[in-house]
Ligand binder design. Sequence first.
Ligand code: KDG
Length: 323
Amino acid sequence: GNGVVTFGETMALLTPPSAPRLRDGAQMQLGIGGAESNVAIGLARLGFPSTWISRVGDDDFGTLIVREIRAEGVRVLAGRDAAAPTGLMVKEGRAGRTTRVRYYRAGSAASRLDVADVDRHAEAIAGAAILHVTGISPALGPGPARAVPAAVEIARRNDTFVSFDVNHRAALWSSEQAGPVLADLARRSDLTFAGPEEACLLLGENPRSVASFEEGEKLARLLAAAVGGVVVLKLGALGAIALQGEDAHHGPTTPIVATDPVGAGDAFVGGYLAALLESGSPQQCLALANRIGGAVCQAPGDWEALPTRAELDALDASTDVVR
Ligand code: KDG
């Protein structure tokens, strides 16, 4: 197989400046963002073929999204839906720091994605090394909720490795609704990415945070026993753990100052999958994931700070020489 295929909604994204506040009439910056296309862009920037399957409205936001993602070198397989608008997302924050994201996406074009959209692109999924999906899509509506397992089924039949980022979005559905659906998708996947609270959600436990690698490893083992496959537990500033069979690999990270953590999870996944495409060890996958996730946290925007291969090499070279 060749590269990564992903499937999901990308929205227009409005970001206000640090002042004045949105409610006082800030002039906002227009961009785009979506978990799955963020992953696809991350991979393309590192030189790996990536494909994004979706649907956008027949509007300017849709045109912007398709053009931006294509300009990043991602193959875009996105239909235009004349009957529904492209979704929109607005960042809110204080003093230049993002504190929350608000969605205007109910009834969007991508919420009308369905099995036909993945069937149409079955060849792309079958020909890929990895299919990457997230737990955002099944929360968007009944069509996307059917389309995700359909895409996974095509992948499984064709020996395409299935990667799943739980990406629980509490603004879109309740934990009671989400838990069983997300656990089911994790069971069908070869690799599951989750944060501690998401791991608890899949296990049907009350959310708790994790303060050490030892605690994290226990939780990762519980999750792996429940869903199978490889489990990558993301521990934020600590780093991450990859549990593969009996082996737990700890991937520590160096502290950074986070300006805008939105998109960091996608950057992390993109880095992990990039290393996986090069047959990297779990340690190598975690190291690249942590590095790229950290880079995106330190800059505004969901994906703009994703490094290119050249930028990554330059960073390596400079750390070798300058201490
Ligand atoms: O993972 C970052 C995403 O939250 C953002 O880019 C938008 O896809 C998105 C979502 O649904 O939250």
